[in-house]
Design a binder for this molecule. Structure first.
Ligand SMILES: Nc1nc2c(c(=O)[nH]1)N[C@H]1C(S)=C(S)[C@@H](COP(=O)(O)OP(=O)(O)OC[C@H]3O[C@@H](n4cnc5c(=O)[nH]c(N)nc54)[C@H](O)[C@@H]3O)O[C@H]1N2
Ligand SMILES: Nc1nc2c(c(=O)[nH]1)N[C@H]1C(S)=C(S)[C@@H](COP(=O)(O)OP(=O)(O)OC[C@H]3O[C@@H](n4cnc5c(=O)[nH]c(N)nc54)[C@H](O)[C@@H]3O)O[C@H]1N2
Ligand code: SF4
Ligand SMILES: [Mo]
Length: 701
């Protein structure tokens, strides 16, 4: 460390926990990372990924300049090419021929949330896809129909609850999701120390389950049955404690009648007396919260599970009260939605799948590219996404990308997806970007805000928001400044606050954010939140959210989908689930040597009894086959697994088709999404099914 060292502070962008980082910078290089003790939310906590933030930021495999047809180009040439080719495809084939795919990192910051809608609107395309339909779309749909706003997702009031029923989440590895809480593990320990109880429902005895008072193994994909039997028990044992005006109570009671704990036990594998005990505990707890995450979302009954979790919060009187499930109030909150939520305003062309939140399911992306006819996708813009590894039947997507007339990717890496792009636009390292978590600050367990100015000069490279603004500019013919000015003027006029314009600075991402904060519920300015501001514990605010006057406990589309539960036959062979590792993040952190190796391996975890029956030992190769495809992978005996259930992590399968991630290629693994089936979705949300995938196992000689 030289004399030029300085300290910079910013929010870690790597997961949803939003930890504050203290960076030691030598020029534009990060030479040391520590937790920011002064951050009021994370108070110095970081995890191993945060500690590797400097290595990720400075990874030599990241691209420094745009690529056009595989050769380095200037930014101007790259943007001109993008503009000319997109406009030509729109002219020849129409707006919907240009698709947009938004990946996970595009939800972490300001660039994606602010500027990708401008690209989508600028093109006028309905071919919009994102990682949300590989992830949490069921939650948007369930909260949309129940409360009116698909983004108003209740989070467990982690620091005050007396009882947490957690399903399909493993925050000891993931650090939490749709529930931003730095040091989630510490907060769970604190819950138990103050006498609270933690119950974890998961087919695998995860590290989180290891911390719980009770671990309930469940057969993958059957959470809706289990949750329904909790609802059933609350009704039949007269344990409900409603505090809100609701619609649909009687309809719900009728639907729940068939789902007694005795009737669902054969489906879920959860003994009836365990279910009854949990229902009674939930009802008796002073405060309680039911929280389901990705294990309950990425399954065939994702929306029903998501709905029933919040039904339980409502029925036990725990919605919208301290210690229960509460609605955060972000500093940039723009006010109540003004029209009721609905899905299916348009449908996908090939399979007729309904739109949700303005998006079509990523499970239908490949066939929309492959299938000729009016509206066929001819061009694709990916922004921070790697669907070839992360989407269901990614293999098929990879092949489909070959058929595109044009593809542009905004991504720092040449990987399994972006290697197909004609133009690759690499955003600068994160340290050189202004940062505010426009999406994730809506899911915090305390109200909190932090803005991070760039920690280093971006030089002559455009920031990610400028890259996206420039793409919007190319397709609209308006300058980026004019586009931003239009947004600012419109919002200020609507709020009757034109007087603020003079205080905001030149049109751009920071001016827009500053404006949102000033118009927001706390009247903050950008400059106020640079060190992080604690805005207090969550407060009851259901009235501010509800679009209709009452909570809809039993939305009609959900009631109709219950019939599908009755006609579903569960697979009788092995079923596959996913797995996350603390030192991984989806597909893009296997290129940092300190984050791979050790227990972070692409292995198929199998219960030892199942392995013995197959005659396969630890480390031996097995062939795993599904309807969609097959992989060969080393087996790992692990008694955390529920018998009959096998687990493979996602995000592996590197080093293919022209990618250039050299460390990742050395320990490539296989892609679980070669096995997952794009034809299986949760029909209400279009979400992918990653859990409960039927597979066959065969030993390899
Ligand atoms: N089988 C299975 N599949 C899954 C899951 C599972 O549990 N099981 N999980 C699903 C979930 S929850 C998600 S969110 C999806 C993720 O799906 P995707 O978002 O499609 O995949 P990621 O691997 O997150 O890809 C992130 C991409 O962003 C790039 N990137 C990194 N930082 C930046 C940045 O600052 N700017 C830009 N523009 N790009 C950046 C990376 O190089 C990488 O190409 O995967 C899903 N896939
Ligand atoms: N270290 C690390 N952190 C991450 C990520 C990462 O890849 N690595 N990804 C980030 C992203 S994009 C997201 S969305 C979040 C996700 O955050 P979490 O939702 O906490 O995700 P997981 O750790 O995959 O935990 C899901 C759990 O569901 C269980 N499960 C599988 N099938 C079922 C089922 O049918 N029912 C029930 N009840 N449980 C089931 C799995 O065994 C697993 O333990 O994590 C984020 N944080
Ligand atoms: S928990 Fe998430 S936000 Fe915190 S340091 Fe780790 S990766 Fe970063
Ligand atoms: Mo995710």
């Amino acid at each position: 460390m030289g004399m030029t060292n300085r300290t910079a502070f910013r929010t870690c962008p790597l997961c949803e926990a939003l930890c504050g980082l203290e960076l030691t910078m030598d020029g534009d290089q990060v030479v040391r990372v520590r937790g920011d003790k002064a951050d009021p939310f994370s108070q110095g906590f970081i995890c191993p990924k945060g500690a590797s933030f400097g290595k990720l930021d400075g990874d030599p495999d990241k691209l420094a300049a745009p690529l056009v047809d595989g050769a380095e180009a200037t930014w101007d040439d790259a943007f001109t090419t993008v503009g000319a080719r997109l406009r030509r495809i729109i002219d020849e084939h129409g707006k919907n021929a240009v698709a947009v795919y938004l990946g996970n990192p595009s939800a972490h910051g300001i660039a994606g949330p602010m500027y990708s809608p401008m690209i989508v609107r600028g093109i006028g395309t309905k071919s919009v896809f994102s990682a949300s339909t590989s992830d949490q779309m069921p939650k948007h749909v369930s909260t949309g129909y129940m409360f009116g706003d698909p983004l108003a997702i209740p989070v467990p009031d982690l620091d005050r609850t007396g009882y947490l029923l957690m399903l399909g989440a493993n925050p000891l590895e993931s650090n939490g999701s749709l529930c931003s809480a730095p040091d989630f593990p510490g907060r769970l320990k604190a819950l138990r120390e103050r006498g609270g109880r933690l119950v974890v429902v998961d087919p695998r005895k995860t590290r989180t389950a290891g911390l719980a008072d009770r671990h309930v193994p469940i057969r993958p994909g059957t959470d809706a049955w289990f949750l329904f039997s909790l609802v059933h028990t609350l009704f039949t044992e007269d344990l409900t404690a409603l505090r809100h005006e609701v619609d649909g109570l009687e309809r719900l009671r009728e639907l729940a009648a068939d789902f007694s704990p005795e009737a669902t036990a054969a489906v879920t594998g959860v003994p009836a007396e365990v279910t009854r005990e949990i229902a009674r505990e939930l009802a008796a707890a002073e405060t309680a919260a039911v929280y389901g995450r990705i294990g309950t979302h990425t399954q065939s009954f994702g929306t029903l599970s998501s709905w029933l979790a919040d039904v339980l919060n409502v029925l036990t009187g725990n919605l919208d009260r301290a210690g229960g499930a509460m609605f955060p109030k972000p500093a940039h909150w723009g006010g109540k939605r003004n029209r009721p939520y609905t899905t299916g305003r348009w449908r996908s062309r090939v399979r007729g799948l309904p739109e949700a939140n303005g998006e079509l399911p990523v499970a239908t992306l490949a066939e929309e590219i492959e299938t000729p006819g009016e509206g066929q996708i001819k061009a694709l813009i990916t922004i921070g996404g790697n669907p070839v590894l992360s989407a269901p039947n990614g293999e098929r997507i990879g092949k489909a990308l070959e058929h595109l007339e044009f593809m542009v990717s905004v991504d720092p890496y040449l990987n399994e997806t972006t290697a197909h792009a004609d133009v690759l636009l690499p955003p600068p390292p994160h340290t050189r970007t202004p940062h505010y978590d426009l999406a994730l600050l809506g899911f915090t367990v305390r109200n909190y805000a932090r803005y991070s100015p760039p920690a280093a000069d971006k030089g002559d490279r455009p920031a990610e928001w400028e890259i996206l603004a420039r793409i919007a500019s190319e397709v609209t013919g308006m300058s980026p400044e004019d586009l931003d000015e239009m947004v600012i003027t419109g919002a200020l006029r609507k709020a009757g606050r034109e007087d603020l314009r003079a205080e905001l600075g030149p049109a751009g991402a920071e001016a827009r954010l500053d404006m949102m904060l000033r118009l927001g519920p706390y009247g903050l300015r950008l400059a106020d939140i640079v060190d992080g501001v604690d805005l207090g514990p969550l407060q009851p605010r259901l009235e501010e959210i509800l679009v209709r006057e009452r909570v809809d406990l039993c939305p009609e589309p959900f009631a109709a989908d219950v019939a599908r539960m009755r006609s579903t036959a569960l697979p009788d062979g092995f079923v596959l689930i996913g797995r996350r590792h603390l030192r991984s993040n989806n597909s893009w952190m296997h290129n940092i040597s300190s984050l791979v190796g050790g227990s972070n391996q692409c292995t198929l975890r199998v219960h030892p009894d199942d392995a013995a029956k197959l005659g396969v030992g630890d480390g031996q190769q097995v062939r795993v086959t599904s309807r969609a495809g097959e992989v060969e992978v080393p087996l790992e005996c692990n008694d955390e697994m529920m018998p009959g259930v096998v687990s493979l992590p996602h995000g592996w399968g590197h080093g293919r088709n022209g990618s250039r991630t050299r460390v990742a290629a050395q320990n490539a693994g296989v892609s679980v999404n070669t096995l997952t089936d794009e034809q299986e979705i949760d029909p209400l949300s279009g979400n992918a099914v990653f859990n409960g995938v039927p597979v066959r196992l065969a030993p390899l000689g």
